[in-house]
Design a protein around this ligand. Sequence first.
Ligand code: ACO
Length: 436
Amino acid sequence: MTPSDVKATLSFSDGSPQMDLPLYKGTIGPDVIDIRKLYAQTGKFTYDPGFLSTASCNSTITYIDGDKGELLYRGYPIEQLATNCDYLETCYLLLYGELPSPSQKEEFVNRVTNHTMVNEQMQFFLRGFRRDAHPMAVMTGLVGALSAFYHDSTDINNPEHREIAAIRLIAKMPTLVAMAYKYTIGQPYIYPKNDLSYAGNFMRMMFATPCEEYKPNDVLVRAMDRIFTLHADHEQNASTSTVRLCGSSGTNPFAAIAAGVACLWGPAHGGANEACLNMLNDIQQMGGVAKIGEFIKQVKDKNSNVKLMGFGHRVYKNYDPRAKLMRETCHEVLNELGLHDDPLFKLAMELEKIALEDEYFVARKLYPNVDFYSGIVQRAIGIPVPLFTAIFALARTVGWIAQLNEMIGDPEYKIGRPRQLFVGATPRNVTPIAQR
Ligand code: ACO
């Protein structure tokens, strides 16, 4: 971190001595004020629920400029990565900091491919779940359970363990998501086939059966690969911060990633693509395009608790750059499948148009996020709605690992331990139960 010549000065209106706070400059983005000595010197904490103004770490992985609608992985714009690189190249970039050379790519792809199978025992573990369990409930369990199967890669302080855990997680997530799906529909699991691409292999494990081979369609495989790339990392969002906080206790990488999966499940985060498609289905059932006005009215009503899912973002106050790319993919996939007249897609386009012109959304800088389109693409490919967030988890796994490994390698890393402003009861005595 580069210290700035500028210092922030904190003064108090009660006459307490003022304090100079160091300022650090990033390579891009806002400066940060270093408040680490604040408590020791003033006896005061800062208060920032939801981390609206707090940088929890320094990082070299992903940069977002929410006002410009810019997303960079290791300095490369997401638009260039999504059009020139595949997902595994992006994984390499996120993990090791540079894009791979052809030989590095080949070696990396081989390494990932050699770990696509999961311990055979995993399928018996899966049997403990109800068949109608939500795939994210199953995934939280399965990912956490990996630490019970791969003891030789659970020491977070050992770089070799971290490396093999990273490869195993990236390689096995598609297998686990496909197994979770096959289990819910009662079909036999399909083993990975290592001569296919990462995305092609995943789609085959999802859609092939022992009696019918699945021939991956190039357009759909590219769409799936793009979904993975666009979701690969997104700096210090809720699930990534969860992984960092969980990993900061020294727990094993599988447990930390399982915590990320659990966090991602929420509808304000990864669950939004599922919630968005359910919302479109609801509007469709209400009467479709003709009912958009009525729906938007509910969204604007503060007492209704209805949100336009797939709109808004904590950081992007401009068009989400991933949404633009996913919108493009959405057209490609629907054309390929002859679904351009798909009523849900038409409804989404109309909703987008109305919301982008509506004063409520304009004033609050609410634009479509990636989930607004990714659900439509996945549905067209044949992915069932409850599986959307599991696919997001699959794609985000590499980002979580890269962030976790960056934290462990940071000499300034400490166990995460936020403080609080206590507003509860002051000390009091327990009254014996008979007298209460
Ligand atoms: N629909 C209607 N109003 C909205 C929406 C929305 N989708 N999002 C924000 N608003 C309104 C809020 O009600 C608030 O209005 P107010 O100022 O009148 O009170 C204002 O816009 C600011 O919103 P906040 O909730 O303060 O924004 P925050 O940054 O905390 O929330 C979030 C961001 C959680 C993503 C929110 O926009 C949301 O819930 N969106 C829908 C869910 C969604 O699509 N999530 C996906 C996120 S992207 C991802 O995880 C890949």
